[in-house]
Design a protein around this ligand. Structure first.
Ligand code: KIV
Length: 279
């Protein structure tokens, strides 16, 4: 019989070491983006292992057309909010465009702020071989780094759109090589975005560190989705790799429409929502 005098131990916080252990044991990692306090609370309560404050915040919350305009200050604002809503999950913050590519000193300063002021446990940078020296600099100052390969959204203009990457054998080979370079540089995980499932499988097999897929098939060590997409909050149409687990925009639209109608016809507020004076 359970001892009711004892409170259950709080769940252990997820660390970089936990993720490596999960890979070794074949336990899949559930990662989700969060940009604010309530979403972080909800995701943690639902059991998410890794919360990513993605620079997708630019599109989902700030109304930008791409991730390119997002600044370190904007990332910090949202990282702090997510931090306040989380206690167990590993908190990863994206390094936004131009905060790390020009000079490793910029990278050290930006990552340092996301960790020290924002409370992130790790940062994520996009790219392969070309960012390896920067990744080494970050690890030198004890910043755990997630890599990101395949469709890296900060390169959207070079790719000419949001297109699947690594379909041609030479591109696939480059992604495998880049993944090994990121691992050798010290990354603790690699996000693989929009690459063929067989390529993601090959990368996952070749690395000791976990791969986290988005549009990369079922063989990665974990999966990540943009929370607004999987909850059906975004206006954009369905993308092949996103599963919509809810249709919140549709429901919210209906609720707000109903509110507007009731205000206009005078049926809200009713007596049950109104106060009376003392007699
Ligand atoms: O910014 C983001 O949401 C991301 C995910 C798509 C992995 O980088």
């Amino acid at each position: 019989m359970a001892d009711k005098t004892k409170t259950p131990a709080p769940p252990k916080p997820v660390t970089v070491a936990t993720l490596l252990d999960m890979k070794r044991k074949g336990v899949k990692i559930a990662m989700l983006t969060a940009y604010d306090f309530p979403t972080a609370r909800l995701a943690e309560e639902a059991g998410v292992d890794v919360l990513l404050v993605g620079d997708s915040v630019g599109m989902t919350k700030l109304g930008y057309e791409s991730t390119l305009p997002v600044t370190v200050d904007e990332m910090l604002h949202h990282t702090k909010a997510v931090k306040r809503g989380s206690s167990r999950a590993l908190l990863v913050a994206d390094m936004p465009y131009l905060s790390y590519e020009v000079d490793p000193k910029d990278a050290v300063r930006s990552a340092g702020r996301l960790m020290k002021e924002g409370g992130a446990h790790a940062v994520k940078v996009e790219g392969g071989k070309e960012v390896a020296p920067t990744i080494k600099e970050l690890i030198r100052i004890n910043v755990p780094v997630f890599g990101h390969l395949g469709l890296t959204p900060q390169s959207v203009n070079r790719f000419g759109g949001y297109k699947v990457q690594g379909r041609r054998p030479e591109d696939a080979e480059r992604i495998v090589t880049d993944a090994r370079i990121l691992e050798a540089a010290g990354c603790c995980a690699v996000v693989l975005e929009c690459v063929p499932a067989d390529l993601a499988k090959e990368v996952t097999k070749r690395l000791q560190i976990p791969t986290i897929g988005i549009g990369a098939g079922p063989h990665c060590d974990g999966q990540v989705l943009v929370s607004d997409d999987m909850l059906g909050l975004s206006e954009s149409g369905p993308t092949k790799f996103v599963k919509r687990y809810a249709d919140l925009r549709e429901r919210a639209l209906k609720a707000v429409g109903e509110y507007c109608r009731e205000v206009r016809e005078g049926s809200f507020p009713g007596p049950e929502h109104s106060f009376s004076s003392e007699k």
